[in-house]
Design a protein around this ligand. Sequence first.
Ligand code: NAD
Ligand code: TYD
Length: 351
Amino acid sequence: MTIIITGVAGFIGSNFLKYYLRRYPEDKVIGIDKLTYAGNLENIKEELERDNFVFIREDITNMKKIDEIFEEDEIDAVINFAAESHVDRSIEDPQIFLKTNVIGTQVLLDVAKKHWFRDGRWKDDKRFIQISTDEVYGALGPTGFFVETTPLNPRSPYSASKAAADLVIRAYHETFGMPVNITRCSNNYGPYQFPEKLIPLMINNALNHKELPVYGDGKQIRDWLYVEDHCRAIDLVMEKGKIGEVYNIGGHNEKENIYIVSKIIELLREMTGDEEIDESLIRHVKDRPGHDRRYAIDPSKIRNELGWEPSIPFDEGIKKTVEWYLNNREWMNRVTSGEYMKYYERMYGWR
Ligand code: NAD
Ligand code: TYD
């Protein structure tokens, strides 16, 4: 197999690359990433040394360049992780979200269609996997779960752009018969997540004795899943998912934000012995506009059809995660300072 992983230098893309190459060491992987602030080659530096991994710095909205990549190799699957992914940034500046998340997806679909649909039929065994999010369903009240048939009701520019992409993909399946799947996962946590998202941001701030900004009352609920469990689910969808289907992925692991922040404080104190890391660092700040109150996934479909279950309990996953960031403080300092970009510009002559 030769597969394309877009967004390969980001949080989930880099974790998926590692997972995939461990599981399929003979396959060829082409990683595409624009290397925005969220993408760092440091995340995949070991993989860059491998003969069966090729990295291409490219923007997924560049149709000509994406077409050239498809011309070079017979591509069997595209797994599209590339996206602008942070809700707060989408509130500041929605346009790039629409461009990358919607137009970028359409470009990938069109190029894949051009190469995979020949002489009136789709080539065998091709697959386009869109990595979507539970946020497309909008907010839940205190009870109930998202299922695959829950109507899309996005409420932030980020989730609206992801929902738009999902609809475009469904249209390509219905109209052209394109072999697609959409996965909608809950909040991921684990190594290599850019420290603007809740968990790595709180770890980074606490280690630097900076305030921990909790939006509103902190009682918003997210359904946290360890990133490797997400990667395994995507692999199963690629292997056994029914063409055209959507699969929700989540761990029945609902936690209030304030619980997560307190847990991080507790673990960091234990691991570092630093007594300045305590609850006094917590600041309740102005709430995020349009903040979704609760997300929770019903994963029955992927469990029943594909046999997927989350395997890493939250207590174990969060401990591993905090440990990873503690052991990778250099990484955290550099990705937040933009140093990596300068380094890679020097190394590869990129502008
Ligand atoms: P991330 O922001 O860490 O990574 C995104 C990657 O995409 C970065 O490496 C970035 O450089 C790259 N990218 C951005 N614009 C690009 C463009 N125009 N062309 C090429 N590359 C571009 O995000 P993440 O958390 O790894 O999320 C990956 C995917 O998973 C996203 O599609 C996101 O919507 C989805 N998702 C994320 C979560 C989560 O909890 N993080 C949960 C469910 C779904
Ligand atoms: P985030 O990691 O941005 O993911 P998403 O908004 O996609 O779920 O945020 C997770 C939750 O944490 C969300 O309810 C917003 C909240 N949050 C804070 O309270 N403070 C912060 O500094 C951040 C980044 C998030």
